[in-house]
Ligand binder design. Structure first.
Ligand code: M6R
Length: 612
């Protein structure tokens, strides 16, 4: 899970590469590095730490040597999330071959690197990384044609890779290959870009070519050649124009991307509703390629994801069961992919992933596809692997999500899947017209309700100030809000490093209640709904053990056992998770901010988990 960037063109290459990997730091930030080719020499600089540390320590000679008369520059850069070998200068990318003729940046894992390394006994390795075998193999296979050397090399690689390399032998070109790790070419006039993600290139272009598995090729400032290991011909890839802009990848006055993204949620919801709901009708156009006849027959739905996207799946289990009356199975992708699955016809499998590149989610998708079960992706990145590989894909229209903690993608996924659920319920006739309209009406109101919450966050800030010193938190809820307890606790632990657990409130007495004492803040979701009385009983249970109770409630809900009350707009129980998650995102954010945590780039985490 690293970020890679390459550039060929006449701009200030350092600026392009550094700005590019700064936008990819969400993918990893243990160490960073850059290499440019000038005067037939490779200039390379690597540091342990973030891109700004690499940028501020660039040797002077690095700049001066760049100021030559040659006009087309070529270079690569990398931000690393360590897998093979600890974060160190030696392990940081770019890596070179023995004679410094080639230099490479790589994202992915070469699973057979040890075996390959044994075959390269005459090569001098200087890192513990798996990446280094690629560049030594290219050196070994080079016989006058770099493309041929790459082709021979990728035939030997097992695992995942997206790599970009430059070479003294062809100094005005970038070379690349990809399998199971994302790689996108940014197309522009007399210059070209390549990166792990479009966000690194949005400042310069909005035209992109998404590479496919086993693609390899070369890029000059005026030409792009793509080949594929499976066929000898030059490949045609459509240019996608993405309507994101560079402003979207800036903080725009917010202290952190996470806060900006929390505040973008009303807009995300509106965009998704207004582009799919026309009067009383929900229309998905080309996104859903399934025929109504096929959807009508569906009697089982699988919902698969990881982390926050898994929590979306759990919310949807409750929602779909209620409105579709079919059996729903949810699973975490890393578990699902290794199960002894029983996959039957008339099943629809839904894969949820913001990035569309999560390795376990993609592996699960591929298993299901092999079993000829129809697949639906739900993702935020056009051109991502999930977007391309699922039979149909709903695009959640959130704009780039940069903060590692997922916020707007969660509510974006929910709104899309809620609309999709209602859309099938209409086809299957499992919902009355009144109920359909009632839910749709509440969905329409969600942006306004969230705006109301965001218009005054002072009370949530006060709670953060009161509780930021606590070491453990418990989040409780029941029914369709249980996954919101999971999501609230995930937000807190990932950005503040405070231990937090989300639990179904009714399960407390089967163990976790033992943890409760006067020091334990318990966040409980007690908004209106069919299980409110049950939640109240659970609330009494924790209060009698002296917990400090913070309750998410609606106006008019009273209890002496609640110590702190966050009053939220009242909505339909089924729609309430979309509203209820917002104060929990804010609580986690403000606690982490008081603690001075690196909110957008929490330790040990990366935004896109492209390794198993
Ligand atoms: O891109 P994906 O939605 O597939 O990512 C899944 C998880 O890695 C992600 O939701 C992760 O749990 C977030 N850091 C949660 O905030």
């Amino acid at each position: 899970m690293c970020g890679i960037v390459g550039y060929v063109g006449k701009r200030n290459i350092l600026e392009v590469l550094i700005s590019g990997i700064k936008h990819l730091e969400y993918r990893g930030y243990d160490s960073s590095g850059i290499a440019v080719l000038k005067n037939n020499k490779i200039f390379r600089h690597r540091v342990v730490g973030k891109v700004f540390q690499m940028e501020s320590s660039l040797p002077k000679e690095f700049f001066s040597n760049l100021k030559t008369t040659e006009s087309v520059y070529v270079g690569i850069a990398h931000t690393r999330w360590a897998t093979h070998g600890k974060p160190s200068e030696e392990n940081a990318h770019p890596h070179v071959d023995c004679n410094e003729n080639f230099v490479i940046v790589h994202n992915g894992i070469i699973e057979n690197f040890l075996e390959l390394k044994l075959k390269l006994k005459n090569h001098k390795f200087s890192s513990e990384t798996d990446t280094e075998v690629i560049i030594h193999l290219i050196e070994e296979n080079y016989n006058g044609s770099l493309l041929e050397a790459i082709k021979q090399t990728i035939k030997l690689l097992e695992g995942s890779y997206a790599f970009v390399l430059i070479s003294r032998y062809q100094p005005q070109k970038l070379f690349f290959a990809r399998k199971d790790s994302p790689l996108v070419i940014g197309v522009a006039e007399k210059e070209n870009f390549i990166a792990s993600d479009v966000t690194a290139m949005l400042k310069y272009t909005n035209k992109f070519l998404f590479l496919e598995n086993y693609d390899y090729g070369e890029i000059s400032f005026c030409e792009i050649k793509i080949f594929n290991l499976k066929s000898e011909n030059v490949q045609h890839r459509n240019i996608n124009v993405i309507n994101w802009n560079s402003q979207m990848v800036e903080k725009s006055g917010f202290k952190h991307f996470m806060l900006k993204e929390i505040y973008e949620q009303p807009q995300v919801l509106r965009e998704n509703i207004s582009s799919r709901v026309f009067g009383e009708k929900i229309i998905f156009n080309e996104e859903i390629k399934f025929k109504d006849q096929m959807l009508k027959k569906i009697d089982k739905i699988l919902l698969i994801g990881c982390g926050t996207s898994y929590h979306t799946a759990v919310v949807c289990k409750y929602f779909f069961e209620h409105i579709l009356r079919v059996s729903i199975e949810v699973d975490i992708a890393s578990e699902f992919r290794y199960r002894d699955l029983i996959l039957k016809k008339n099943t629809l499998a839904i894969f949820i992933s913001q990035s569309g590149e999560t390795a376990d989610t993609l592996a699960s998708l591929r298993i299901v596809k092999e079993n000829k079960i129809p697949t639906l992706g739900v993702c935020n990145v056009i051109g991502s692997s999930l977007y391309r590989e699922a039979d149909s894909c709903i695009y959640i229209k959130c704009g780039p999500e940069i903060g590692v903690a997922s916020t707007k993608a969660f509510t974006g996924q929910l709104i899309c899947l809620y609309l999709f659920g209602l859309y099938i319920a209409k086809i299957k006739q499992t919902i009355s017209s009144n109920r359909y309209l009632e839910i749709l009406n509440y969905l329409y109101k969600t942006p306004t309700y969230i705006e109301h919450i965001l218009s005054d966050t002072s009370y949530i800030k006060q709670l953060a100030e009161k509780f930021y010193t606590k070491r453990d938190f418990l989040y409780l809820a029941r029914g369709i809000n249980y996954p919101i307890a999971l999501e609230g606790s995930l937000k807190l632990k990932e950005i503040s490093y405070i231990h937090a657990e989300g639990y179904p409130a009714g399960e407390m007495k089967h163990g976790p209640i033992a943890l409760i004492d006067k020091d334990m803040p318990v966040v409980i979701i007690a908004t209106k709904g069919s299980l409110l009385q049950k939640v109240f009983s659970n609330l009494e249970e924790v209060k009698s053990r002296d917990a400090k109770v913070i309750a998410l409630t609606n106006y008019g809900i009273e209890s002496k056992s609640i110590d702190y009350k966050i009053v939220l707009p009242e909505t339909d129980e089924l729609v309430s998770p979309i509203i209820n998650v917002v104060p929990l995102q804010l609580l986690a954010y403000y606690i982490a901010d008081i603690l001075g945590c690196e909110i957008d780039q929490p330790r040990n985490l990366a935004k896109s988990v492209t390794v198993e």
